[in-house]
Ligand binder design. Sequence first.
Ligand code: C5P
Length: 232
Amino acid sequence: MGRDVIIACDFASAEDTFKFLDKFEGKKPFVKIGMELYYAEGPSIVREIKKRGHKIFLDLKLHDIPNTVKKGMAVLSKLDVDMTNLHASGTKAMMEAALEGLTRPDGTRPILIAVTQLTSTSEERMKSDLLINEPIDKVVMHYAKCAKEAGLDGVVCSPLEAGRVHDSCGKDFVTVTPGVRFADGDKGDQVRVMTPEEAKKIGSDYIVVGRPITAAADPVAAYERCCREFIG
Ligand code: C5P
């Protein structure tokens, strides 16, 4: 599994996104398109960024009945993204249906990863609102195992969990980790953070980096620093 830095393109319009990507000139970073940009611009934004030669992680976090997710994934498979995701809490049946829908007639498909528990969900909230009474670490590892058993390729997790996910699900099970900050940078609203270098040591396969790159005075230099620290 090749390690890579994925830039979270959390912009509200295609115009802002292209203004940002134009700064990279010849370089083609792996980019993440989330709900905000996708809902604003629709599938055309995916096609346009793909046409420019970028790899794309489409972060739409599907969660519905298996049949609906299967059909949704079949549509997304035609967009030719490189990675997409869903919520593991939709159950193994939903994850299996998603894989089926995502697989193209020629047998190829994007990497499919699962969100375990959102990092914004505290153990306290998980207990009070979701009535899940196990420790959150155990829940995250259980969801990762279910994702593996359903045939998925990996999970989105905190960089602090990436090592343990690899221990229990194998080193080829992909870990995609947001919550990355430079040692001398601003944490923003992220609480449990790691530097790109630490994420590399712990074995993250992909780091998702937003504001440390998008809000930097020199985004290209910030991206290159990230790559140097994470990929080496
Ligand atoms: O700007 P920042 O580096 O915090 O952006 C991180 C990106 O990763 C955002 O797009 C955010 O939605 C996403 N993300 C996250 N934590 C998760 C899942 C996704 O920060 N658990």
